[in-house]
Design a protein around this ligand. Sequence first.
Ligand code: MRU
Length: 348
Amino acid sequence: MMRTIVWNDDQNTVEMIDQRILPREFKTLVYADYCDVADAIRTMVIRGAPAIGAAAAFGVALAAHQSSAKSIERLLTDLDSAGEVLNQSRPTAVNLSWAVRRMLDAARDFKGSPDELRAILLKLAKEIADEDVEINKRMAAYGAELIEDGDHIIHHCNTGALATVDWGTALGVIRMAHEQGKRIHVFVDETRPRLQGARLTAWELEQYGIPYDIITDSSSGYLMRRGLVQKVFFGADRVAANGDVANKIGTYMLALAAYDNGIPAYSVFPVSTVDLNLARGDLIPIEERDQAEVLELTLMGEPVAPEGATARNFAFDVTPNRLISGWVTEYGVIYPPFQTNFQSEINE
Ligand code: MRU
């Protein structure tokens, strides 16, 4: 599989895998306008915290190419507006604003001509994408040590190559353990309403040759009580300073069930997902998406809900740090108390 997002040097465009139509069809879309990149993030052509961070970085690089500014001041103004548009595309994953800030900070610090700045920004966006892959492989190596031969693992949402530039976070850990020769099996939460598990994670596991079964999101507690599960792995979209984790809706209930059954639950993410500006998880902005995503479910070709039904569609929830057994980051596995141990780990 190609990377989820690549820059085309000949055309100065951004190309992305269209994740809305997988696994039915593998198709890429080409973007020449940063506003369309913001739209692709909003409509989930590209999704997953690290992947939308890379998309935002390429979006800023695209804005620099699109701008006809002849002065640095004018170019910076255009880049600031692009940054605002991109930042508004999805609110929860902090990787997005992290990548925009990194691009804009580099632009503000730069001394030289507008064309030199355009080249520098493109180089930085490519670096952000390359770094993501490298960080994911580091996390995978640390995380794979937590997995034992014979483990059955519940995985939530899609955290694989598709959720990142390549390789993945939590699913990357699982893939690494599989490549190390450990015999593992994955219970794939289907992950309503967008079904990132049933569609994207299952599609990736097919390609890696990892045995799996799709389960409905509400099955995990029962499977755990039956003794069928040894570990739980999921990603993160934003982590507060105290270690609370915002991730795909359903993660909280999964972590609660794991805690109640004494099953370790690990959250895998790069440190760019940690937002030290937010003291606690309840301060994390949680995206609420269109109710149509819930209501348009059909069964045997017919809509499930009665006409006129309404729905609430929160895309993420927050898992309190006390329910999480460990963080897997590019610095290694970090155990509670997260706030203290994280600070000492990154300052080492
Ligand atoms: O709404 P999505 O599909 O962007 O949500 C993705 C997730 O919740 C992932 O678990 C998360 O981004 C972390 S793993 C890359």
